[in-house]
Design a protein around this ligand. Structure first.
Ligand code: FES
Length: 495
């Protein structure tokens, strides 16, 4: 028997939705739709929901499954699952009213706009165009992405969301369409996406809206003088002057190489890619890493000539300088077997974007590198309760979820407690922290409340942007919890 929690609402009777719990027999492979049917039969519950094709093709059965958009006909039911309607006005139980989004589609003319009023299309579509548009064409209108987007949730009047961006991009790539889709994307909040990738993770057709629609629009906006945001221009200027996206008098890379200069021995086969934040803003994370590596007898090189990975430029559409950065790093790290990162964004960029620019290094996040190398017996007992924040560019960008948890759970005296939605975006990425600080603070404040509910004294992560933004949210909510990098927690254990 499993327990299933379903949101119930009847306009005629209820003032607001409430959750009902039902117990049913789970059959192998049972989907959410089967479970709803079984509940209705067993309890005569009369839960209302939509379904049509039952094959993942029509999108009509979309619901929220444990907070994320999903197709009820495809998602397997689990014990303790919470089934809710998508984030639209509810008509009854799981049936929602999508007239608002349908009206928006009409208002912003989300249909092919020909050049002439006689509706003749001057241009014809080529096989190249078909290839380009295919990436953003497969949408089945389930709207799961809209219900899962963290920015839409709090800023829906300012940001149209992934569904609208994808739709606009489809027409922008179609030579028959004559409307100014770039202008419309800007009006719909093109630079307000955090690049969290949640929309792709819930899309039944796996559409990469950030990568294939939003970054392309941002790139076009920059080329046409319509972007980026003023705060983003600074990244490019900094990189052009110093090879780093942020500036500071200190440099972890320079300092650590001075310290290591007298050490003799064989050249290590592992190199550390520090990223701009560790080098310039959070050198303490770098020194913590050095202590942890030393405690475990691991030697790494930290090449002085390394430069920014280019992610601040890629994410904000300023891509002209990226090839140069990729080429420099490719040369610097060519002789190493493994390149380790302690920044989710750098790691995801090196792994996923650099191959597009011709560089394929063997890159590992610090958690996947250390998980089977740490000497857990040598650690001190810490007596700490901690929780874990999944950086978007680690959990979705690199598919790394278990390794940091395994490390934390193996640490002596550390009580690990999960927060409600550990992989919900904190709002730091995609140029939002610098370009749209109000969005970044709202999202990190929501995350801070979740962290507070765990009773933990520290939230652990592996991304300098998340670490700083989470601390801002915690301070904003006056939550007395410290935001720490995983290597800083490990450093404490080896002190
Ligand atoms: S019923 Fe058609 S997609 Fe689920």
């Amino acid at each position: 028997m499993i327990k299933v929690y379903v949101s119930r609402f009847d306009r005629e009777v209820d003032s607001e939705p409430h959750i009902e719990c039902y117990e049913i027999e789970k059959t192998p492979g049972m989907k959410v739709l089967d479970a709803l049917k079984a509940i209705n039969e067993k309890y005569d519950a009369d839960i209302s929901y939509r379904e049509s094709c039952r094959a993942g093709q029509c999108g009509s059965c979309a619901i929220k499954f444990n907070g994320n958009g999903a197709l009820a006909c495809q998602k397997e039911i689990k014990d303790g699952a919470l089934i809710e309607p998508l984030d639209f006005p509810v008509i009854k139980d799981l049936i929602v009213d999508k007239s608002e989004i349908e009206q928006k589609i009409k208002d912003i003319h989300l249909n092919l706009i020909p050049q002439h009023e006689d509706k003749c299309f001057n241009e014809s579509i080529t096989s190249e165009d078909i290839k380009e548009t295919k990436k953003v064409r497969g949408c089945i209108e389930c709207h799961s992405c809209l219900s899962t987007c963290p920015v839409v949730k709090y800023f829906k009047d300012e940001y149209g969301g992934p569904y609208i961006m994808r739709y606009l991009s489809k027409f922008d790539k179609d030579p028959r369409d004559m409307d100014d889709r770039l202008r419309e994307s800007l009006e719909e909040g093109l630079f307000k996406c955090t690049s969290c990738g949640k929309c792709k993770s819930v899309c039944p057709k796996n559409i990469n809206t950030f990568g294939d629609a939003i970054t392309k629009f941002r790139e076009k906006a920059c080329q046409e003088g319509e972007g980026p945001l003023p705060a983003h221009v600074k990244f490019k200027e900094n990189i052009q002057k110093t090879n780093r996206s942020v500036v500071s008098d200190k440099s972890f890379v320079e300092e650590i190489n001075k310290i290591k200069a007298n050490k003799k021995g064989e050249k290590p086969k592992v190199a550390l890619f520090t990223g701009c934040m560790m080098d310039k803003k959070l050198p303490e994370v770098g020194y913590a890493l050095m202590d942890v590596l030393e405690a475990n007898g691991i030697e790494v090189d930290i090449p002085q000539e390394q430069v920014c990975c280019g992610s601040p430029l890629i994410n904000t559409g300023q891509t002209e300088a990226v090839q140069d950065l990729v080429d420099k790093n490719k040369e610097v790290f060519a002789d190493y077997d493994t390149v380790i990162t302690v920044c989710a964004g750098c790691g995801a960029t090196l792994k996923n974007k650099h191959p597009e620019y011709g560089s394929e290094l063997n890159v590992m996040d610090i958690s996947e590198f250390l998980v089977d190398k740490l000497d857990y017996d040598k650690m001190n007992e810490l007596d700490m309760k901690v929780t874990w924040h999944d950086p978007c560019h680690l959990v979705r960008g690199q598919n790394i979820k278990d390794q940091p948890r395994e490390i934390i759970e193996n640490m002596k005296g550390v009580e690990f407690v999960e927060m409600k939605h550990p992989c919900q975006c904190c709002g730091a990425g995609g140029g939002i922290k610098s370009g749209e600080p109000e969005i970044a603070l709202k999202l990190s404040s929501e995350k801070a409340k979740m962290i507070d509910d765990t009773g933990a004294e520290a939230v652990i992560t592996i991304c300098p942007f998340c670490q700083l933004n989470l601390q801002d949210g915690l301070d904003n909510e006056e939550v007395d919890v410290k935001s720490m990098n995983l290597v800083e927690l490990l450093q404490k254990a080896y002190e």
